[in-house]
Design a protein around this ligand. Sequence first.
Ligand code: AMP
Ligand code: MG
Length: 401
Amino acid sequence: MISLEEAQERILAAIEPLPAEKIRVQDALGRYLAAPIHSPVDLPPADNSSMDGYAVRAADLASATVENPVVLRLSGEARAGNAFAGSVEAGACVRIFTGATLPRGADAVVMQEDVKQAADQPGKIIMSEKVKPWENVRLRGEDVRQNALLAGAGDELTAQRLSLLAGAGVAEVTAGRRPVAGLLATGDELREAGRALPPGTIYESNRTGLSALARAAGAIPRVYPLVADDLALTKQALRTAFQECDVVVTSGGVSVGATDWVKQAFAEIGGQLDFWTVAVKPGRPFAFGRHGGKLLFGLPGNPVSAFVTFFLLARPALLRLQGAGDLRPPVSYGTLAEPLGNHGERRHFVRVVLDAGGQVRSAGSQASHILSSMARANGLVDVPPGTTWPAGTLVAVLRWN
Ligand code: AMP
Ligand code: MG
């Protein structure tokens, strides 16, 4: 039995990112950059106004007061997308709108609300306040300089980063390919949802939960038919899945029972088992191996064990295959509202509910077949063996949503 950290290291050591591909920025949400991207332009590309008002020379208003206003001559208009062709001369101003390029000569914008127009003197604008140079002006390049790094290799393309790339005019990115993850469930007792449930059978749930987790990790899940507890059928199912997928995830049949065929079947089709059993609860019987350049994650059958081991061990691998830089699950911190203990000999990843006020509670029964507490939980707390933490302890919650 190896530690979780050793298992994670051995898995990741076996993985090279899949070849990268070019994709359009608007299709890139959730993908990982294979190469850094530098800005092709200054952002903003030109000095422009942040207000509706008047573009002026700040020096012209140095003496402006309410009692002694300065009157400027209006010499034109600058609209967003429609620049003023001339320049602002001393004693003059240009009507300007938000986003319009600042005309040559001008170095500040006076808000529309701060000026008056003399009713009897069209073309004259009355300014009764000073303005600082560059007030209400957005400067060229103040957001991003041309050639500055917009996003690095391994960065996730979030909605926020995609906005930045689009704003800099980037239309295409190079991102790691998404791995295809084949999902197999083994067990004579398993039935498909929507069918009858004869005595002794249960509905199969692992492929559904795991394909959702795989998708959330950026992979393309591929769900295979149920596999009976039979060596030849298990070999056949594995062979097909390894032909069609980058990663094969099985559930069940990986322990020491008389009907547990996954490891033997994997070995007989040419797979190399790397390790088996990890010192975590839930989920000790976990097998990892390689088949050609492809990976086997042999998860335990119990639904919570399968889900948690996928989250802890398969998810980082799927991310690495896509070229992700950060493989850790998101973590939030909270305070125990009640004691949380682990009386066992293995680290226990306890299903918890972290509420909006930062309080953490057990999500209910922690047995590895209890789906309802898993559904209630929004994350896991890693509790060391033989440990009880009192209420009030600050804990890290690994978030799975
Ligand atoms: P196994 O690892 O095959 O010994 O299965 C352990 C437990 O998990 C048994 O109670 C199985 O019935 C159950 N189980 C195995 N596979 C699944 C599955 N895909 N969906 C729901 N329960 C399962
Ligand atoms: Mg089984």
